[in-house]
Design a protein around this ligand. Structure first.
Ligand code: ADP
Ligand code: MG
Length: 629
């Protein structure tokens, strides 16, 4: 057997595994011999493993017991770590040390790997899921976590894409090669414990394409729990007890009771929360209706985001074939009722909302393995950029700094856009291209992801001379920027590679401790004592070097090189897709000025006429004119 035949037969025999590495809970699934997705239970017999890590002296404990320890030893426990991906370290010190978030995620994955091996005897080839809005550093960080845990990471796939595959398997709209027979647009509404995501997908034979995605990383079942907790605590105080929220241990116990009551309210109309604190005991009753009332604004926030995604994509509800519910919090009846009322579509809950993502990831792993072994034709999964990318410019009308978007959010990747700007002053020598990410038109509210100075502009350029800026954003997260002055031979090129925080060497260092489930004593040596809190995608990115046609040795940036890119009016016409962000400031200011002037003119005319009329009446009383008195 040749090497490649050997590899191919391994691919066919290797198990395809999917992991949903969730903010609150994680889960794993695999594909059995018949090609069906099957959930893998943990060694504790559970389908879900809480994504919580307890750093004990000589071992790291993941799951339920780590969660139980979070109220007793909060400084030894890490949870909601997924929210910190993209930062250098997890936001809270663990026993005085700061750990990279991908290392803590690796501990969770290591526990899942052990459970997978216990069930299948092998680790298999794994696909791990991430939210659709995760940028490249966070995807790479997730893959690194998988590697540190000792997994064979086949690929990283978006959670909504995976969920759609799982629904496709169950409902039969996916064929054997993992593709739909007909085209359809699907909306995935995912309300988990700490995050909310909504994604529009277009499914066609051989292709799943993300059309638009949005979400709220600070909204999930946890917020519903806190509302119920406040309600229960206030009832307890009214009954004569002290505030249980003031005592961390009592708070922890109440939180557990409240979450249980929330789950009960998904099945029954009323629930009771028993609080026993400081020798005072009281049972708080709550109905489903009361619970829905006290959390209506939270639900409304998810509705607003959902509408926004449809508006962004220019799609109305009647074009949506299916509305898929994912995430434990979609079990709350208020979610189903609200969505049905808003969309007129019956939300689909055919697949268990805790399982859809892991099952879909396993299906995707199987498709990839079959494809690589040549047993299946190509299958394309594509994404969009979840944040707008642009440059800092100067609004010609207000002369204020503004962000000019070149690649609007939700643009299918890869994407290339060019926009034309003008030189601010005659004879200008250099131009600063400040690359920004974010939705605000104010550069200060956006993330600065790179900066380059184009020097040695041709001498005597007139004011208003054009300069073209092109952004090419590849599916792998690589952003290339070209600037070109029409008529100038050599374009300037800059590449920004948004890379993960951990070097290969650091990953190798951590791998030993993570895969041995080593405890704090061993891990502490690799952790840092200070908090270097900067997002990878922000400050830690190495500033890109200025690439000019002939770079002079370390020339000082001329003081006039400040933000010198301004956009001419015709740029609006050149713009293929966007335009609003580009000119919002100037358009709004000139429109406002017009209305203020018009109103002022009308008011002064009316007052002038009235004063003139009164003057005539006073000076010439003999004239017979109608008098207002
Ligand atoms: P994540 O994607 O953040 O890991 P999950 O999808 O596992 O989260 O959802 C966890 C959330 O779902 C928790 O807030 C939990 O309380 C909530 N949840 C689970 N089951 C129910 C239920 N029956 N009723 C209401 N909420 C539930
Ligand atoms: Mg989830």
């Amino acid at each position: 057997m040749t090497d490649s035949e050997d590899r191919m037969s391994n691919m066919l025999t290797e198990d395809a595994v999917g992991i949903d590495l969730g903010t609150t809970n994680s889960a794993a699934a695999w594909i059995d011999e018949k090609g069906h997705s099957v959930m893998i239970r943990s060694t504790e017999g559970e389908l879900l493993t809480p994504s919580v890590v307890l750093f004990d002296d000589d071992e790291t404990i993941v799951g339920k017991s780590a969660r139980a320890a979070s109220t007793v030893h909060p400084d030894q426990v890490a949870q909601w770590v997924k929210r910190d991906m993209g930062f250098h370290v997890y936001h809270q010190p663990i026993r005085g040390r700061y750990f990279p978030p991908e290392v803590i995620q690796a501990c969770i994955l290591r526990k899942l790997k052990d459970d997978i091996v216990a069930e299948l005897d092998t680790v298999g080839q794994t696909v791990i899921t991430v939210p659709a809005y995760f940028d490249e550093p966070r995807r790479k960080g997730t893959a690194d976590a998988g590697e540190m845990a000792g997994l064979n990471v086949l690929d990283i796939v978006n959670e909504p894409t995976a969920a759609a595959l799982a629904f496709g398997e169950r409902l039969g709209f996916l064929n054997a090669s993992g593709s739909t027979a007909e085209e359809m647009t699907v909306l995935v509404y995912d309300l988990g414990g700490g995050t909310f995501d909504v994604t529009l997908l277009h499914m066609a034979p051989g292709r799943i394409q993300t059309i638009a995605t949005d979400g709220d990383v600070q909204l999930g079942g946890h917020d519903w729990d806190l509302r119920l907790l406040d309600f229960a605590a206030e009832q307890f105080i009214e009954s004569g007890g002290p505030d249980p929220r003031q005592d961390p241990a009592a708070f922890g116990r109440l939180y557990v009771a409240v979450e249980e009551a929330k789950h009960t309210l998904s099945a029954r109309n009323r629930a009771s929360i028993r609080i026993d604190h400081a020798r005072h005991c009281h049972a708080v009753d709550v109905t489903r209706e009361q619970f829905a009332d006290m959390t209506a604004d939270l639900l409304e926030r998810t509705v607003y985001t959902t509408r926004q995604v449809l508006t962004d994509a220019g799609i109305s509800w009647d074009k949506i074939s299916r509305l898929l519910l994912v995430g434990g919090s979609t079990r709350m009846p208020m979610v189903v009722e609200k969505l049905q009322q808003m969309s007129g579509i019956r939300p689909d809950r055919t697949v268990n909302p805790d399982e859809a993502v892991a099952r879909g990831a396993a299906l995707y792993a199987r498709f990839l393995l079959n494809q690589r072994a040549g047993r299946q034709t190509g299958y394309q999964v594509s994404n969009v950029n979840s944040h707008s990318l642009g440059v800092e410019g100067i609004d010609p009308e207000t002369m204020r700094k503004t962000k000019v978007t070149l690649i609007p959010r939700n643009t299918p990747l890869p994407a290339t856009f060019t926009d034309r700007f003008t030189i601010k002053r005659a004879g200008q020598q250099s131009i600063v291209v400040q690359v920004l990410e974010g939705e605000s038109s104010s550069p200060d509210d956006c993330t600065q992801i790179g900066r380059t100075v184009v020097r040695d502009l041709p001498p005597n350029l007139p004011m208003g001379a054009p300069i073209d800026v092109t952004f090419s954003y590849q599916s792998n997260g690589r952003l290339e920027i070209h600037t070109q002055i029409p008529g100038m031979a050599q374009p300037c090129r800059l590449t920004i590679q948004r890379s993960s925080g951990l070097s290969d060497g650091r990953i190798a260092d951590w791998r030993g401790s993570v895969s041995a489930a080593a405890g704090f004593d061993r891990m502490a040596a690799l952790a840092v004592t200070e908090e270097p809190r900067a997002a990878l995608s922000l400050a830690s990115l190495p500033l890109p070097e200025a690439l000019t046609p002939s770079p002079p040795p370390e020339p000082p940036v001329p003081p006039d090189a400040g933000p010198v890119v301004s956009q001419p009016a015709q740029a609006e016409a050149d713009r293929p897709n966007d335009g609003q962000t580009h000119f919002t400031t100037s358009r709004r200011s000139s429109t406002l000025r017009f209305w203020v002037l018009l109103t002022g003119w009308i008011l002064s005319s009316v007052v002038g006429l009235a004063v003139g009329y009164l003057l005539v009446l006073w000076l010439f009383p003999e004239i017979d004119l109608p008098r207002p008195w």
